[in-house]
Design a protein. Structure first.
Length: 206
């Protein structure tokens, strides 16, 4: 039986046009850091060409050696910049820092990752393998929503989230902006892209 972590976790089905509070448990991810416009950055391209071969190597290892099959999770990413206006009003992608993410099951150990690392390295074609790491991300309380449309159309949604909903709800932003890409941008029209926008928060002190 193939496990779908999206359904198991219950965190991947927010509603469009509505901000909701969720509590995200500590989760383990494959991670690669980088900087710059994801549309033109060679670093970003290399990260994606590395993170998914390793993710699939782990899936097949788990199925073969542990008899536990699962669906490889979608691409996720953390985004931040010195001036957060580069995400909303300025929309200057060249100033963005990012961490590409892929969620892995909690039964995958560091030894499994090392085995998959060796297998992927032997095949070649994973240019950022040396930069890849596994780390636990503990986001806790978050606000999230579903955005349907092009990535560039996220700006008004993020502005409403950052400048209206969060302060009016007695919350303060704490972690990095988190996006979860439910659609394959190579095969989906921009106006039909489905992206979860997630922002870690804390309750403001009274």
């Amino acid at each position: 039986m193939k496990i779908d972590l999206k359904k198991e976790l219950g965190l991947y089905a927010p509603r469009r046009g509505r901000f909701e509070l969720v509590t995200v448990p500590p989760l383990r991810y494959l991670m690669i850091d980088g900087h710059g416009d994801p549309n033109t950055s060679e670093q970003y391209r290399d990260a994606l060409q590395t993170i998914f071969p390793l993710a699939y190597a782990l899936k097949f290892l788990s199925k073969r050696e542990l008899d536990r099959d699962y669906t490889v999770m979608p691409l996720e990413a953390l985004w931040w910049a010195e001036d957060m206006a580069s995400f909303t009003t300025a929309r200057d992608k060249s100033q963005w820092d990012w961490t590409a993410l892929n969620l892995i099951p909690d039964w995958i150990t560091d030894d499994h990752v090392e085995q998959a690392h060796v297998a992927v390295r032997s095949r070649g074609g994973a240019p950022a393998l040396g930069a890849l790491r596994v780390e636990t991300l503990d986001e806790g309380l978050c606000v999230q929503t579903l955005h349907v449309g092009s990535y560039d159309d996220e700006a008004p949604v993020l502005a409403e989230l950052h400048d209206v909903f969060i302060p009016e709800s007695g919350l303060t932003m704490t972690g990095r902006h988190h996006e979860i890409y439910l659609s394959d941008a190579r095969r989906t029209a921009p106006e039909r892209l489905r992206t979860i926008l997630r922002q870690p928060v804390t309750r403001a002190a009274v």
